[in-house]
Ligand binder design. Structure first.
Ligand SMILES: Cc1cc2nc3c(=O)[nH]c(=O)nc-3n(C[C@H](O)[C@H](O)[C@H](O)COP(=O)(O)OP(=O)(O)OC[C@H]3O[C@@H](n4cnc5c(N)ncnc54)[C@H](O)[C@@H]3O)c2cc1C
Length: 497
């Protein structure tokens, strides 16, 4: 055997799997299709925000936010996020379709896995810029995704790679897995890879597939997500082209989960086809709950204030795809523009500012009469109330469709600001089926011995929508578990356990 465990991919899920397999005594090789200068997969492009269960600030300060000073702690309010709440949020956004077993594994292992990551050198800070508002002199955190890795996704990947290096884990960049190899008894015996010097077979006792979904493959996007999705921008890596899923299906794995669904969001219309390693996730425009969104016909098409942005942004990414030219324009006025998230203040932003609705309409190429009519109708429907962007404040419209259910302030104080967006696809929901040991299931619902999976390419957890911050948590939780189970399997195969 060349290795006990080969991990395919080098994003968050894969690196957690590699660390955990090594901790459990396995010799480990990590294969990464991208060159080193494109390392980190989608995980690199993230804000590094994690959703996990906890009992509030004192709790997380024990073993996760260990670097927070007393002074910083005094200035913040961090609501707890208990397991029932996490479960209800997941089931609410997936309309009860998330796999129960996977859901509870994700939820119950989320907090211990965060502490494990901290022990492995990943440092965390509160998500001040994006998940809190200042109310009465204190930062009030909301929405369940309140802690991020220092340095965001890039920082997260660097912490994990440093740990891998310390543990002596070999990483081969520019080397993609192309085929899984099996013995006659069905057990995984290795894989074929394509590296800088061509094809090579590597023998191993177990494989962990953690090489992302098919979001960067336009042909698969059209085949599974539907017409027009080939034209969507990709928010992250160009390397998640579905090979991991394909290799497993080729040897009889069962397809699982929401193959026609994906995570997608409102994304600046000027963004390039794939993620930009400098701008990162700042092309996203996630402050729409504070204003309104119209299409190129000047019409609103969603309830912008239906819920916290963490619970609506994915559905709205898909809703934008259905608008003329896949375009949506977010509009704010002087009352709210100062509250916009940091991503609105980057140089690479498609923004129009004007002192009248007519001038604004001209700048965004929408019929001024139509836009004025939409805004006047919206303003007339806004009911007064106790406005508070940090809670579901119930400040709503009455008598218009779609309604705005929270944070409905009239758009009537110039200067007005408009931001032009389209849809950016983040990752796909369909993939492989795993059991409680992360073993990939075949068409007869039997585990394929020696094949494990984690991260984006696992199906069954997210359907139609997604609770923000769960992708990294899922990668870490299932990656850690996959690594441990793969190491265990390898031990048994070698007669050692
Ligand atoms: C812009 C953006 C912002 C995001 N923000 C957040 C956030 O704040 N919080 C959150 O929870 N989630 C966020 N997400 C979602 C999150 O990125 C994913 O859920 C998570 O990173 C997926 O991790 P992964 O390890 O499964 O995949 P990845 O990190 O994408 O890793 C997969 C790796 O596999 C490699 N690979 C592909 N094919 C092969 C092959 N054949 N052989 C070898 N290697 C291969 C790829 O090159 C890649 O490096 C965001 C995503 C994007 C794009």
């Amino acid at each position: 055997m060349d290795y006990d465990v080969v991990v395919v991919g080098a994003g968050n899920a894969a690196l957690c799997a590699a660390i955990s397999a090594r901790e459990n005594g396995a010799s480990v090789l990590v294969l990464e299709k991208a060159r080193e200068d494109e390392k980190g997969g989608n995980s690199y492009f993230t804000a590094g925000g994690f959703r996990f269960t906890h009992e509030g600030l004192d709790d997380v300060r024990q073993d996760i936010l260990v670097d927070l000073s007393d002074h910083e702690a005094e200035g913040m309010i961090l609501p707890s996020h208990d397991r029932q709440h996490f479960y209800e949020t997941l089931m609410k956004v997936t309309r009860g379709q998330a796999d129960e077993t996977l859901a509870w594994i994700l939820i119950d292992h989320s907090r211990p896995t965060m502490a494990w990551m901290r022990q492995n050198g990943v440092r965390f800070i509160p998500m001040y810029g994006r998940q809190s508002y200042e109310v009465d002199g204190k930062q009030h955190f909301y929405g369940g995704v309140n802690i991020e890795a220092v340095g965001g996704g890039a920082g997260l990947v660097e912490f994990l790679l440093t740990r891998c290096q310390r543990l002596g884990i070999e990483i081969r960049y520019g080397t993609g897995a192309t085929k899984l190899l099996q013995d006659r008894d069905y057990t995984i015996s290795g894989l074929t890879v394509r590296g800088p010097d061509g094809y090579e077979d590597i023998a191993c006792r177990a494989v962990v597939l953690a090489c992302g979904g098919f979001e960067s493959n336009p042909e698969m996007r059209v085949r599974y997500l539907g017409q027009g999705w080939d034209l969507a921008r990709v928010r992250g890596t160009r390397h998640n082209t579905g090979e991991g899923i394909g290799m497993a299906l080729d040897i009889g794995a069962v397809p699982h989960g929401n193959w026609s669904g994906c995570h997608s969001v409102g994304w600046d219309i000027s963004a390039p086809p794939f993620g930009d390693r400098w701008v990162l996730d700042n092309f996203q425009k996630h402050s729409y709950p504070l204003g309104i969104m119209v299409n190129l016909d000047g019409e609103r098409f969603v309830d912008e204030g239906e819920d916290y942005r963490n619970l609506t942004y994915v559905r709205f990414g898909k809703a934008i795809m259905a608008q003329p030219h896949r375009t949506a324009i977010q509009i704010f006025d002087r009352k709210t523009v100062h509250r916009l998230r940091d991503e609105y203040r980057i140089r690479e932003v498609t923004k129009v500012e004007a002192d009248s609705i007519e001038d604004l309409a001209e700048g965004i190429e929408v019929d001024p009469t139509k836009l004025r009519r939409t805004i006047e109708a919206f303003n007339a429907a806004c009911r007064p109330g106790d406005y508070n962007p940090a809670i579901l404040d119930g400040v709503r419209t009455e008598g218009i469709q779609p309604a705005k259910s929270n944070w409905a302030l009239p758009i009537d104080e110039p200067p007005y600001a408009a931001f032009v967006t389209t849809t950016g696809v983040t990752f796909t929901f369909g993939g492989l089926k795993i059991d409680e040991t992360n073993a990939v299931q075949d068409l007869a619902d039997r585990p394929i011995p020696g094949l494990f999976a984690a991260g984006e390419l696992v199906g069954g957890l997210f359907y139609e929508n997604y609770p923000g911050g769960s992708g990294l948590t899922s990668g870490a939780v299932f990656g850690k578990r996959a690594g441990a189970h793969a190491a265990d399997h390898a031990k048994r195969q070698s007669g050692g356990g």
